[in-house]
Design a protein around this ligand. Sequence first.
Ligand SMILES: [Zn+2]
Length: 247
Amino acid sequence: MSMNVLGVALNYRYDIVNRAFEMRATQLLSDIVRGQIFGKVVGEMTEREFQGRGLTQTHGLFIMRPKDTPNSPADIDKIIFPHFPDKEKFPELVALVCKVMFHGPCDANSAYHKKKKNGKCEHGFPFAFRDETDISGKRPLYRRPDDGRGFFKRFNGIMFFIDNKSVVPQSPLLLLLYVGHVNIMYSPSTSACNYGNKVQISIVKQNENKAPGEEYVHDAVQEFKEMRNMGANEAHYYIMGNSQAHI
Ligand SMILES: [Zn+2]
């Protein structure tokens, strides 16, 4: 972040960052649940997470009523867009995708993205071009047309062409509303519950061998001793009275 507040870089002003983030996250949740922008929500689960460098992110899982649940590739293509929009018709949207909705190169030649598994990106980028969305597997494979759209960007001195293989699935509506990174995905299985609630699941695992009725353990002091560290952002976030998860 390059913005300054009274001469202090914004990443040291976690009080401002946390308040601004919480306002935006609360409004986003309200748009989805009360505003019903994707239809009526019958179940929801959200949590806040703090990244390695301290900044906050939020995950949400929304269960739609059957009538509003996308059931076919055509339904999903109307909501989720993992490709560049038309530059002539939607220049503002294209500019936002180029700014915040692409995954940088993580191939073997690039040091840009360090999180690799067996030399490959842990998130599966870059995905293959596809003409149609496929929801028959465990994870949906979205339509990513080979239409030549994309832009050039330099990473570590090497010029890359970022095309539809590297666009993060997004909702044009949410991208224009929030002008920030909002990744949206379709989940055909319960695996998303696991992904969205890693911290809660780790606490549940601490307690999984307990007999019914036995006291539930969430020992913050013990967690600290076991080197669960907490940055200033996260500490301030809880001091403000925010909770980590909401179901
Ligand atoms: Zn990656």
